[in-house]
Design a protein around this ligand. Structure first.
Ligand code: NAI
Length: 327
């Protein structure tokens, strides 16, 4: 199937070319949106990522170009108007699980870095500054960690934090029995938030979870809490979080995702004027750590993403059951 790949970086081209044996793949650096959709002309499928815009207008233009398949090379699909895809009879497939370890381990990396300030220590030592002043951290052992969303990634994250000797509390629409058997307690959000020293978000972005972290929920948290978000930016109301950082209610923030990330993440903007004042304010805090959506970014995950996506495209071409179909 001739497939137009949007928002590609060198690693997408490398991994997909390595595992592709039968499809014609056309790689574009441009994101998919109303201005770029015509690049898919002549293709039967598009392959897209987390920040491509698949709204109604784009999907109807894809349909007009004869696109039959939208292959997401990611797990989340909050950026796709599924009703529009169904209306135009375009199938949408994804990679539901490629490495829950990659994302869960990155959340832990954010926690450890924020806590033990290894990023600051690294720079200090390189400059001959061997002082420990202001590098004090805290033992993770014995602390209470709240996990919002205990699906594939959240479950791995719970197991890792258990390994550190933390008490783990969880909030999800459905309790995971395996985790409960390991002593993880499910609580309503309002009961979980005041007890946690660290809160990590692992639920998808839906209408229910948009801004689940807002001024009200931040107000319920223990003063001095650490918040980590490796899921989707819009789970957090950024302005409320900035306010909580200024007041000290939130002592640490680690984010791999950001509400307005599509204009920033995955691009080298080091010589540009960044107009997004919220991210600039977040970057100015000494207790905020931002990575640009790299939670998924391990060799194992990239191999799995390429293989599963190519198999999804092959199955669609051969008219087989699409095991990873969303609609
Ligand atoms: P999953 O579908 O296995 O788990 C999601 C869990 O969230 C489920 O247990 C579900 O019941 C729960 N949930 C749904 N709505 C909820 C609500 N309103 N309140 C509380 N819990 C709710 O998904 P998985 O694979 O664990 O991924 C989680 C999220 O991680 C994805 O939706 C995606 O946004 C994000 N992600 C981030 C990546 C990164 O590179 N930073 C890479 C991959 C995924």
């Amino acid at each position: 199937m001739k497939t137009a790949f949007f928002s590609t970086q060198s690693y997408d081209r490398d991994y997909f070319s390595r595992f592709n044996t039968r499809h014609e793949l056309v790689f574009f650096e441009a994101p998919l949106n109303e201005k770029t959709v015509s690049l898919a002309n002549g293709c039967q499928a598009v392959c897209v990522f987390v920040n491509d815009q698949l709204n109604e207008a784009v999907i109807s233009q894809l349909a007009a170009l004869g696109i039959q398949l939208i292959a997401m090379r990611c797990a989340g699909y909050n950026n796709v108007n599924l009703a529009a895809a169904q209306l135009h009879n375009i199938k949408v497939v994804r990679v539901p699980a490629y490495s829950p370890y990659a994302v869960a381990e990155h959340a832990v990396a954010l926690i450890l870095t924020l806590n033990r300030k290894t990023h600051k220590a690294y720079n200090r030592v390189r400059e001959g500054n061997f002082s420990l002043e202001k590098l004090t951290g805290f033992d993770l052992h014995g602390k209470t960690v709240g996990v919002i969303g205990t699906g594939k990634i959240g479950q791995v994250f719970c197991d890792i934090m258990k390994g550190f000797g933390c008490r783990v509390l969880a909030f999800d629409l459905i309790a995971n029995k395996e985790l409960q058997a390991k002593g993880i307690e499910y609580l309503p959000l309002v009961q979980l938030l005041p007890q946690c020293d660290i809160i990590s978000l692992h639920c998808p972005l839906t209408e229910q979870t948009r801004h689940i972290i807002n001024s009200d929920t931040l107000g319920l948290m223990k003063p001095g809490v650490m918040l980590v978000n490796t899921s989707r930016g819009a789970l957090i109301d950024t302005r409320s979080v900035i306010h909580a950082l200024k007041s000290g209610q939130l002592r640490y923030l680690g984010i791999d995702v950001y509400e307005q990330e599509e204009k920033l993440f995955f691009h080298n903007l080091s010589e540009e004027i960044i107009e997004d004042d919220d991210i600039m304010r977040l970057m100015s805090f000494p207790n905020v750590l931002i990575t640009s959506h790299q939670g998924f970014f391990t060799d194992e995950a990239l191999i799995e993403i390429a293989k599963t996506t190519l198999q999804n495209i092959t199955d669609a071409e051969e008219g087989k059951t699409l095991v990873n179909k969303i609609v």
